[in-house]
Design a protein around this ligand. Structure first.
Ligand code: BGC
Length: 338
């Protein structure tokens, strides 16, 4: 039985919701559609929170971690914080060195959404005005989180009144041990033969790497820590894994497994890439749930999205959303015990 309820409402309009069934309990909020907690059981039936998150979600305004956040309008980096569309140049905030990151200074992670309760979840709605953070077009956005028997499904729907660019994701960092250990012994499998290479600023540079024979090969299960310190240019640029995997199939493209607790997470998405980010720069942020900042490698983020920096790389950038066209993407996170 799925139970959806509002558990708190603050004076400033920030609300908190709980969605639960026999297997999973999820806490979310209308502030930036953050997923704040995901509780699942381990092999012994013990419940733990397997998601990293803020002690106080309002800290998202001054934090660069995007823990559990909805990211938009455009996830990841846009080189040189500008792009061209229909012959116009659009200047964006350079909020990550010279590049633009995760929607800018006040991205969708910081916006307060309207909400409605669904039978099996919550739908958040937001109208992003024309030129918000420098992006053209008013975008009408719906984000629906639904609790399924074994997991959480995220659906993104959007339409713009002008041609624009859009690459929406959620940015959940997982630690399937419930924070007992770092993620080095988590095993990862990615259905992907290639990654998008990055430059020394972690910006996708238009080159692609065949994973075969490299520390990026997760076509079979490998521990995250096994090759994370290898002397490979791409590992050096990112200080670990922080790369978009070009996923090759339509289901179960990423699997994360913690042998100790038995928790297994499977990601399925309609999107073409999954960013694997091993929290290389997480340290020194705002307080996490245990009343202190997290450290690097306390979690691993798996973010389904279009190709980062697509507008500068792809001949026909899939991030372009034409006026009146429907944007639709679904990503689901399934939790099991083995
Ligand atoms: C990016 C990282 C960035 C992190 C937090 C990830 O999606 O790939 O490079 O540090 O988000 O902002």
């Amino acid at each position: 039985m799925t139970e959806i309820k509002q558990i708190e409402e603050k004076e400033n309009g920030i609300c908190f919701f709980e969605m639960k069934n026999d297997n999973i309990r999820v806490i979310t909020t209308n502030l930036g559609c953050h997923i704040l907690s995901i509780f699942t059981k381990d092999r012994a039936g013990q419940e733990a929170d397997i998601l990293l998150g803020f002690e106080n979600v309002e800290d998202c305004e001054k934090d660069g971690s995007y823990m559990g956040a909805l990211v938009g309008r455009v996830a990841n980096r846009i080189a040189d914080a500008k792009f061209q569309l229909n012959g116009e140049t659009y200047e964006l905030a350079a909020n990550n060195g010279k590049n633009h990151l995760h929607g800018g200074l006040h991205g969708w992670n910081q916006k307060l959404f309207q909400y409605e309760q669904l039978e099996d979840g919550i739908r958040f709605c937001y109208v992003s005005p024309d030129m918000e953070e420098g992006y053209p077009g008013s975008v009408f956005l719906k984000v629906s989180y639904r609790l399924k028997e074994e997991g959480l499904e995220m659906e993104y729907e959007a339409v713009s009144d002008q041609d624009t660019i859009l690459n929406i994701t959620n940015h959940p960092y997982f630690n399937l041990s419930g924070g007992q250990d770092k993620i080095y012994h988590h095993q990862l499998r990615m259905k992907a033969d290639q990654i998008a290479c990055v430059d020394e600023n972690c910006c996708a540079n238009g080159e692609f790497l065949d994973v075969a024979g490299t520390p990026f090969d997760f076509r079979d299960f490998h521990e995250i820590g096994e090759r994370i310190h290898e002397d490979h240019e791409q590992i050096r640029h990112a200080g670990g894994y922080d790369h978009s995997y070009l996923v090759s199939e339509t289901l179960d493209q990423a699997v994360l497994y913690d042998p100790k607790s038995g928790r297994k997470l499977t990601v399925s998405t309609t999107l073409p890439c999954i960013q694997v980010y091993t929290a290389n720069f997480l340290a020194g942020g705002c307080n996490g749930k245990h009343g202190k900042p997290y450290e690097n490698r306390d979690g691993v983020a798996l973010e389904a999205q279009f190709l980062p920096n697509s507008i500068h790389i792809e001949k026909e950038p899939r991030v372009i959303l034409r006026k009146g066209e429907q944007y639709h993407a679904v990503t689901s996170y399934r939790f099991e015990v083995e």
